[in-house]
Design a protein around this ligand. Structure first.
Ligand code: ZN
Length: 193
């Protein structure tokens, strides 16, 4: 099922997600719905707050187009399984640490900010301990686009947005668009009441 994606200005996007404790069929269904929604929106990642839930779950799929080389390094539980075996990936209750502090700049976008993009500086190497939808623990280590995507999504789970970290000049350039999204959210919330 495709869910509605929340937009900048909706308070849910600033809420810290609650850890999940029940690894049941409802959770598996939620992860499936989040993946469907992410694909529908042509995204590479989606966090619970973006489907109006303050929970510690996000999904991602950072596979390159078929035949293309994988543009990052990764290990999953210490091995390097084919990406098709591990993606789409649901990441639940993540604990992130930085394993390579080298800073990297890249132009990011976000499904809660349609039409907004800008340079965001992040460390390059990430280690993420998390659980899957059955509660099994995993360790993902990644750099490049995958590491960045993990950091962007885990930020969402903690109520942080990419505009908080965006290059100040890019943020200025996007200001009117961001304000427009915020006005749209205000109108949407008003209509809900
Ligand atoms: Zn986002």
């Amino acid at each position: 099922m495709i869910l509605r994606v929340t937009q900048y200005g909706e308070p849910i996007l600033r809420k810290v997600g609650k850890p999940l404790t029940e690894f049941d069929a409802d959770l598996a269904q939620l992860a499936d719905d989040m993946v469907d929604t992410m694909y529908d929106e042509d995204g590479i990642g989606l966090a619970a707050q973006q489907v109006n839930l303050a929970l510690q779950i996000c999904v991602l799929d950072v596979r390159p187009p078929e035949g293309a080389e994988v543009p990052y390094n990764y290990t999953f539980d210490g091995k390097q399984p084919p990406l098709d075996l591990i993606m789409p990936m649901a990441i639940i209750n993540p604990k992130v640490s930085i394993i390579d502090e080298t800073q990297d700049v890249y132009e990011e976008g976000c499904l809660s900010f349609p039409g907004v993009n800008g340079k965001v500086t992040r460390p390059i190497g990430v280690r993420c301990e998390f659980q899957d939808t059955e509660g099994n623990p995993h360790i993902l280590e990644a750099d490049g686009l995958l590491g960045r995507c993990v950091l962007h999504e885990v930020d969402h789970l903690n109520g942080k947005l990419f505009t908080d970290r965006m290059d100040k000049r890019d943020l200025k350039r996007m200001e009117s668009r961001i304000k427009k999204i915020k006005r749209g959210s205000r109108d949407f919330l008003k209509a809900q009441k």
